[in-house]
Design a protein around this ligand. Structure first.
Ligand code: DON
Length: 534
């Protein structure tokens, strides 16, 4: 089964599985295909995180997150004591060294069975021959017409005679097809050392960026182990830093002691404990976590039963906590547009991938004639401690921008096991809401016994420590429940701080533990997506 945010990419994955490829072959094919058919988010100019459960029982995490260039300094992104958002979100100074090509190719080489040329073929065809746009595709392409118009090489591909694309029209990307075929022929070298690298660096340096050929040549994707925790008898495996699986695990560990199922789905009581778990875990995330190559992440401590118990002791029944107060006496202080897809195969392997350009279409620039968008991932760093980024996250020193460092991510591709058998594969985009979305989908299945489609579709809520508010999708809670929550001291806000009313695009697979049958769900919030199996 393959679940992605774009139906044609889903078909690509399925085709690879039908040819006898494994879930890793399919994941690499889908990774390249989404760069073509979901250009807002699928990418080769960004980075991401991949979690693999192999049929032989081994679990692997691949970190192919972007890195800050060696010559980038924080003050280059600060103007008059403020973060220069124009530079970081729309210029090349906000671009990290891309990791996607190295990450996908490493996964294929280590755990795949097919040659790169074969798995990249469908993506190259989709770029070369084009594909018909659906309403779900046009929704994203039509959002940035003014920005696309500012760059000739972007406008000529992503606008149709200067106007936004319409449903039914064909999007051709011959330059991207050329770039992809160079990678298919020559592997990662083509992207990190060859002509594509030269074009990238030329465009970046011509527009104020500081990335060099050496930054590209030095980039490595890293293989490590997933972070693991247990929730009501299920083993949850997710992404260690720079991902946010530790934070997801912290929330689950706090919640493990509360009978959410008895309290009821979206009852004031179950929401209360969830919000408090979110508050404490986000406070820790934003204080302590960062690139493991630079920061000693206290993950063990954050997930230890003693520490989780201390948090539970602070949570009062029927009373909202206070994020600012938490800031002052922070518990540990004395001691030291993105897309997700999920794939399972006929052999017992499972893959969860979340990868991103950060904002929709990244910095909205294409280097030269390469046909791909560059990321604006470095906005995920703390640029000025205490000042928020585009996801309104207030983060600390552990995530401070430094040359060669990876910004902390909220991405948390997750795989859940029960008695050593695969149970769920899940992940989503959505900036800081990624972690709480995954938490809620897991609860919807495990505590509230929903099927996977219901669990993914159910309205969401979110709290991220600061701002000290509870963000909800329209009609997520009944009026009665809102009143009860307000009485406890919560400030409820419909929509996110950014104004978005609904969020996320969860792509999930669940296995029936009795029959072994898979069911998949593509989030209706991203309507071009599809869950398909055979
Ligand atoms: O890595 C992160 O946490 C962000 N760059 C993810 C951005 C994202 O999910 C945007 N999608 N809607």
């Amino acid at each position: 089964m393959v679940v992605t945010a774009q139906h044609l990419a889903t078909n690509v994955g399925l085709q690879i599985l039908k040819q006898g490829g494994n879930a890793i072959d399919a994941a690499v094919a889908v990774g390249y295909a989404l760069a073509v058919v979901h250009p807002c988010c699928g990418n080769i100019g960004g980075g991401g995180l991949m979690l693999i459960h192999r049929a032989n029982g081994k679990n692997i995490f691949i970190n192919f997150r972007e890195k800050a260039p060696a010559k980038l300094q924080r003050d280059m992104l600060i103007h008059n004591n403020k973060v220069d958002n124009k530079k970081i979100l729309f210029g090349y100074l906000g671009s990290g060294v891309p990791g996607t090509v190295k990450g996908l190719n490493l996964a294929l080489k280590k755990y795949g069975t097919m040659p790169l040329k074969i798995v990249m073929q469908p993506a190259i065809r989709l770029a070369q021959h084009g594909y018909k746009l659906t309403a779900g595709d046009v929704k994203f392409l039509g959002k940035f017409t003014d920005v696309f118009r500012q760059h000739m090489n972007v406008a000529k591909i992503f606008l149709k005679s200067g106007k936004p694309y319409k449903v039914g029209q064909i999007l051709l990307q011959s330059e991207l097809a050329h770039t992809l075929s160079l990678i298919a022929q020559h592997g990662s070298r083509a992207f990190y050392r060859g002509n594509i690298a030269k074009q990238m660096i030329k465009a970046i340096q011509a527009h104020g960026g500081v990335m060099t050929m050496k930054d590209l040549a030095d980039y490595r994707a890293k293989i490590t182990k997933p972070v693991v925790c247990h929730y009501r008898g299920y083993k949850v495996m997710s992404s260690p830093p720079p991902g946010s699986g530790t934070t997801l695990c912290e929330m689950l560990s706090i919640l493990n002691a509360y009978p959410l199922s008895k309290m009821g789905f979206h009852s004031a009581e179950s929401i209360h404990y969830n919000i408090e778990a979110m508050r404490y875990a986000f406070a820790d995330r934003n204080h302590y976590l960062g690139d493991p190559a630079f920061v000693d992440n206290p993950a063990k401590k954050l997930l230890s039963p003693q520490y989780i118990k201390i948090i539970r002791q602070q949570i009062k029944a029927n009373k909202a906590g206070n994020s600012r107060a938490l800031l002052k006496k922070h518990l540990l202080q004395e001691s030291p547009n993105t897309t997700h897809y999920s794939i399972v195969d006929q052999y017992g392997n499972a893959v969860a991938v979340t990868y991103t350009l950060n904002s929709f279409f990244g910095n909205k620039r294409i280097p030269g004639n390469t046909g791909f968008f560059m990321n604006d991932e470095l906005d995920d760093f703390t640029i000025i401690p205490g000042k928020s980024n585009q996801f309104h996250l207030i983060q600390g020193k552990a995530n401070l921008l430094a040359p060669g460092k990876q910004p902390l991510s909220s991405m948390s591709p997750t795989i859940i096991m029960k008695n050593n058998k695969l149970f769920m594969v899940v992940g989503t985009p959505g900036g800081s809401t990624i972690i709480t979305q995954i938490l809620e989908v897991i609860e919807n299945v495990i505590d509230f016994h929903m099927n996977i489609a219901e669990a993914v579709a159910a309205p969401r809520y979110h709290m991220q420590w600061l701002p000290d508010k509870v963000y909800i999708e329209p009609h997520a809670f009944s009026k009665e429940v809102i009143k009860q929550l307000e009485k406890m001291g919560y400030k409820i806000h419909v929509g996110l701080a950014s104004g978005e009313k609904r969020w996320g695009a969860v792509m999930a697979i669940k296995r029936n533990l009795k029959t072994g049958e898979y069911s998949g769900a593509a989030d209706p919030r991203r309507p071009a997506g599809a869950a398909r199996g055979y």
